[in-house]
Design a protein around this ligand. Structure first.
Ligand SMILES: [Zn+2]
Length: 502
């Protein structure tokens, strides 16, 4: 192929093939997470391995590589969308081309199976059942880091898959700052721990009614049910197949109302993002959310900075009381507001409050960094986990189900993913700070005008999809590079008010 047009049309045709396979693969994942029989994984893991091999072959095919190399040399002749599509696809190729195809496929099957085993191990509270799988996954992750290459730390190679340009060096500084600011502050809160009770959230809440309320609140925030759906799964997640098909899940605990409400709001934040990608890019490889740190900023912004304010609840608290009159009819909105903001270290990350949440991430970051570096071994993880939980959160772990087995991420091979959660929280505070300069957030929430918030985020973040690099996008949205100061300031300010600390 000699001309730019020929190379470009070949490149685009192959990207459509890739997107079609991604689409089918995602539906298989969705099915496995939301209703397929447990044993179906025995055959479905092979199907997922098959898809991964086809995609691998498309990306590494000689003709495709030669087209992309041609386009790579002529970037200045391409429009912005094609140019960024080439750059992103080049990165995907770099990511996998050094891995032998058989090894790649085998790994995809391994992580599909490992997630099933992890679920069983967690239910049986039996780490040793999961251990051999996790050992293989860690071994592969280390090898992958070597295949991919890195400048300073092997973990950098993994981090880069979720947050481009983030390194151990940068994260060490980021987490040190958080630790320095937050740990002494959390100590002060602990001294006032009994000031707030969240008992009212732990009464019996009918799950069918919780489902109704979850649907209501997703819609209230701006989720479009004509282009999306809400189901139930063991671990809540969102999946944007494209802007016309965005799926999300939540989970319902009869004895803890927060889980479904804030889980739904969190996933709605992710999903509103995916539903509002710009019309010019939605059907291209750039047509999804940006890095995980940007994605998490949207879910956390809705979950914490919006939905954990009193103003947010003013127009809809009555609706909640009407849904659960037996528990809430004598509870004031002020008491409800305090209950949903109670800060108390917990063993389980996904149940953590906003303030102590990042300690859970620091713990995982330290462990992953050392695992990938080879400083610690999988077999010692339960002991290390428990020791660090005591050190960071002051809590004693009694069994592995509530300790090292609590998260699915490692079973899914997602080493390097956890730091995005903390980066996302920091980005959310920075975006909110900027938004408050043009929108009176409190007044907007009091009036229930959630579409104003959504429109602002659509315009400043969502429409761009993957068209910009994450730090470039943060500059567009906030005028500056990501800066953790907004996050620590926000937390200290908010919780000083709640707990009356000066
Ligand atoms: Zn999330």
């Amino acid at each position: 192929m000699k001309t730019l047009t020929e190379n470009l049309s070949y490149f685009k045709a192959k990207l459509i093939d890739l997107m079609n396979y991604n689409h089918s693969e995602s539906i298989v994942h969705w099915d496995l997470e939301t209703g397929a029989p447990k044993e179906s994984i025995r055959r479905a893991s092979r199907l997922l391995g098959f898809y991964s091999e086809i995609k691998y072959n498309i990306l590494t095919e000689d003709k495709f590589i030669s087209a992309i190399n041609f386009l790579g040399k002529n970037l200045d002749k391409l429009n912005e969308i094609d140019k960024k599509s080439v750059i992103e696809t080049q990165k995907d190729i770099e990511r996998i081309k050094k891995i032998p195809v058989a090894e790649y496929r085998e790994y995809q099957e391994l992580i599909a199976n490992a997630q099933g085993i992890w679920g069983e191990a967690r239910a049986e509270n039996n780490f040793s059942k999961f251990q051999p799988y996790l050992e293989k996954i860690v071994k592969y992750s280390k090898k992958y880091a070597e295949y991919k290459g890195y400048d300073e730390h092997p973990y950098d190679a993994l981090l880069d898959d979720y947050e481009p340009n983030i390194t151990v060096k940068k994260l060490d500084i980021f987490f040190d700052t958080l630790k320095k600011e937050l740990v002494p502050f959390i100590e002060k809160i602990k001294a006032k721990e009994n000031k707030i009770s969240d008992k009212l959230l732990k009464l019996k809440y009918n799950t069918e009614k919780q489902k109704e309320f979850s649907k209501f609140i997703a819609e209230y925030l701006g989720f479009d049910f004509n282009r999306g759906m809400l189901k139930e799964s063991l671990h809540p997640f969102s999946m944007g197949l494209n802007k016309y098909d965005v799926r999300m899940t939540t989970r319902y605990h009869e004895d803890f109302l927060q889980t479904s409400i804030f889980g739904t709001i969190h996933e709605t934040g992710h999903s509103i993002y995916e539903q509002n990608i710009g019309d010019d890019i939605w059907d291209t490889v750039l047509g999804g959310g940006n890095s995980m740190g940007i994605h998490e900023s949207q879910s956390r912004l809705y979950e914490n900075l919006i939905a954990r304010t009193k103003e947010f609840w003013i127009p809809i608290y009555n609706k909640l009381v009407e849904t659960f009159p037996e528990n809430l009819k004598n509870i004031s909105i002020d008491d409800f507001y305090l209950a949903i903001n109670k800060a108390k270290p917990s063993k389980i990350r996904v149940e953590a409050d906003e303030l102590t949440y990042s300690l859970h991430i620091m713990l995982r970051y330290e462990i992953e960094k050392q695992l990938i570096e080879g400083k610690i071994e999988v077999k010692d993880l339960p002991e290390i986990w428990n020791k660090m939980t005591k050190e960071y959160l002051g809590l004693d772990i009694e069994n592995d189900a509530e300790g090292v087995l609590q998260d699915v991420h490692w079973a899914a091979g997602l080493f390097g993913y956890f730091p995005s959660y903390a980066l996302g929280s920091a980005n959310a505070s920075q975006i909110m700070n900027k938004m408050s300069k043009t929108i009176d957030i409190q007044a907007t929430l009091k009036k229930g005008e959630l579409s104003k918030i959504k429109d602002y985020l659509n315009k400043n973040i969502h429409q761009y999809g993957k068209l910009k690099d994450p730090s470039e996008l943060m500059i567009i949205a906030t005028g500056e590079e990501p800066n953790s100061k907004y996050y620590t300031d926000y937390l200290i300010d908010k919780y000083s008010n709640i707990y009356e600390i000066n």
